[in-house]
Design a protein around this ligand. Sequence first.
Ligand code: UDP
Length: 494
Amino acid sequence: MAEAAKIDQQASAIPHVLVFPLPVQGHITSMLKLAELLSLAGGGGIRVTFLNSDYNHKRLLQFSDAESRSQNYPGFRFETFDDGLPMDQLTKGEKVSELLGEMDSKTRPVFKNLLVQIQPPVTCVIGDGSLGFISDVSLEIGIPIIRFRTISPCFFWINFWLPEVIQAGELPIIGEEDMERLITKVPGMESFLRCRDLPGYCRAGTDDPTMIQVVKATRESSSPAYPLILNTFDDLDGPILARIRQRLPKTYTIGPAHEHLQSRLGTASSSSSLWKEEASCLTWLDAQPPGSVLYVNFGSITMMRRDQVIEFWEGLTGSKNRFLWVIRPGSVCSGEMADDVQMPEELVEGVEKGNLKVLVGWAPQEAVLGHEAVGGFLTHSGWNSTLESIVAGVPMICWPFFADQQVNSRFVSEVLKLGLDMKDVCDRRVVARMVNELMVERKEEFRRKAVEMARMAKESVEEGGSSYRNLELLIEDIKLMSSSQVQGLGEIGN
Ligand code: UDP
């Protein structure tokens, strides 16, 4: 073989992985952690390109030390694409289904072009499983695909069984049904999964195409031939994972990704925030007694009506507990019936007095949850927030908004017993009662459970732990893909 060809072949023996998330905060965060893990654990033996939309990349550069990745990991780089989408309006859950549809038509051709042209050629694509076109395009070009699901395994499993549930007539939910009705056709969840625990797209008459998209994406991402990556650890989701692995043997659980990265780095990982992080809340926490503060944050997409905000405010202040409430700018809408509701000044401007702080902004959430003053988390049950709370050993009160959150909140309360599920109720008396239950009456019981789960989370990412081993296996798999591609090339060349 000619010398130049040999060198070329060696270069292409270094695998090149393209990581492509759905362009929203929660997906970017967990997939960027994975991209960094591959760069780090691959020991420079893997090239990683992380694909961001222009809009998000600008924000990432503005509000985080994104560029440190390219400096810290040789072979890591960002690539961007012109989204041509109204990303700046993407602040509410209902827009996500629109985004999925628009990306399918607008981003598909852009992605195809990029994948054909990118150098060095891509060994495999790690695509967000919620974007079906990533696999379509990759397979069309002949590039292996690995799916990453940023949602919880329990929600993935429910979506996997949706066709059977629909076939059995258990879904969609029609009109004003009994929301306590059990859904019995999801194996492993027969005794506790209720209509109330399912997302809005399971209700008929919402003319939301999401259910069909979800069924399609889940089935497409469920071929046993293709590896699946889940952001969880085996001790957290054992029974569901055993069932998933019966169907999809190549399922790699590598989470909690943020803790895994931190553990391998030996120091806190860089931020991936698309908003400016306000560290002032950490200073306030420094002055509070250990375990005394309830942290309130509903994530990057949840929208709240003004009347709901006021119910929380009254419930939180009425509980007399210490709290830190971080309100994302623009997250409060004036829905019907709420137009004439006057917002308290404290919730518009923010306030810091006595035993409470309201911050209108964006918090460094991992650091907040890890602060010793924090003893509880009132959350929307996004999967990243749930994992971050679990790692920090902080029990939760759940007020889910959309997607996997309704299911996650059921799991947190019924299966993991790590907190309370407020579900679809928004009432000041319920807020106050639950805050007292979590922070005072059953504090020790929840804390014990949370500390135990946090210990298991940390063990899973340490050397020899299940997530640690799974990442090594995933890397081996990627390297094998690369060497078989090179062999293939060699054979053709010969
Ligand atoms: N987050 C943050 N600061 C905030 C609110 C959220 O850093 O003030 C981060 C949080 O730590 C998590 C992500 O944003 O990693 C939100 O993802 P999640 O899956 O919990 O919910 P989503 O925003 O997708 O609904």
